[in-house]
Write a protein that binds this ligand. Structure first.
Ligand code: 3SL
Ligand code: MG
Length: 234
């Protein structure tokens, strides 16, 4: 089973994902939000690219939906929740459909539509995501959302941990970049000692959202692995 990494939403090439199982990662924070919401009983997540589209889908039916996401890491005006996973408690999400738009994460998910399978991953569900990828039996591409089209250290080390989980389950053939991310994880298994140098880590920290950071680095707290079917994440 081959494993490769794409480093940002801007770098997704259709020929690299077609026929493959893709795991989309935006550990800070979009895929941690999606995983948490689904773990806490959210019915489905609809990822959209624009605020206008999110409001259009919700229409007047605000009972059934939660509007969530961010622009510049902050809650969008008129939305119910920001992009903090800690807001997506069972009380807030149970039985509801989350309509979500974020700067990088939902864009990365949208860009993977041509893949054979599209799974959502982060530190919180890494081991279960790895198991599901192996069960699907296809070559794997881990798509890092990145930040504004740039490489992001946080997604990269998370990929390295997922590769570590894959290695425990099966034999993998790693591309150079996949091997490098795994090496980085193995030299920083605490995660923070590496991502504290990441630009986006410091954006979140400077907003006073340290609790989000502590939460998003937790390993394997759930076996929920959301799947995107091209319309909904369930
Ligand atoms: O870009 C995204 O998708 C977000 O996860 C970024 S933030 O962590 O909410 O700022
Ligand atoms: Mg990110």
């Amino acid at each position: 089973m081959k494993v490769d990494i794409i480093i940002s939403a801007d770098d997704i090439k259709q020929e690299k994902i077609e026929g493959r199982s893709v795991l989309v990662i935006d550990m800070l924070r979009a895929t941690s939000v999606i995983t948490t919401a689904m773990m806490n009983g959210c019915k489905a997540v609809i990822p959209v690219l624009t605020v206008e589209r999110a409001l259009e889908i919700a229409g007047g039916n605000r009972e059934a939906y939660i509007l969530g996401g961010e622009r510049r890491a902050l809650r969008i005006e008129g939305f119910d929740c920001s992009n903090s996973p800690l807001e997506y408690t069972p009380e807030v999400v149970r039985g509801k459909t989350l309509i979500m738009t974020t700067t990088n994460g939902t864009r990365a998910i949208d860009g993977c539509r041509k893949a054979e399978n599209i799974l959502i991953g982060c530190m919180l569900n890494a081991l279960s995501a790895a198991k599901k990828l192996v069960d699907l039996g296809k070559d794997i591409v881990i798509v890092n959302a990145g930040t504004y089209g740039q490489f992001s250290m946080d997604d990269f080390i998370c990929s390295g941990y997922i590769i570590e989980c894959l290695k425990e389950i099966t034999e993998v053939e790693l591309s150079d970049i996949a091997w490098t991310s795994n090496q980085i994880y193995n030299s920083h298994p605490d995660i923070i000692s590496f991502i504290r140098y990441a630009r986006h880590y410091n954006v979140i920290k400077n907003l006073g959202l340290e609790e989000d950071l502590e939460y998003c680095i937790r390993k394997d707290i759930t076996d929920m692995v959301p799947v995107f079917n091209g319309e909904n994440i369930e």
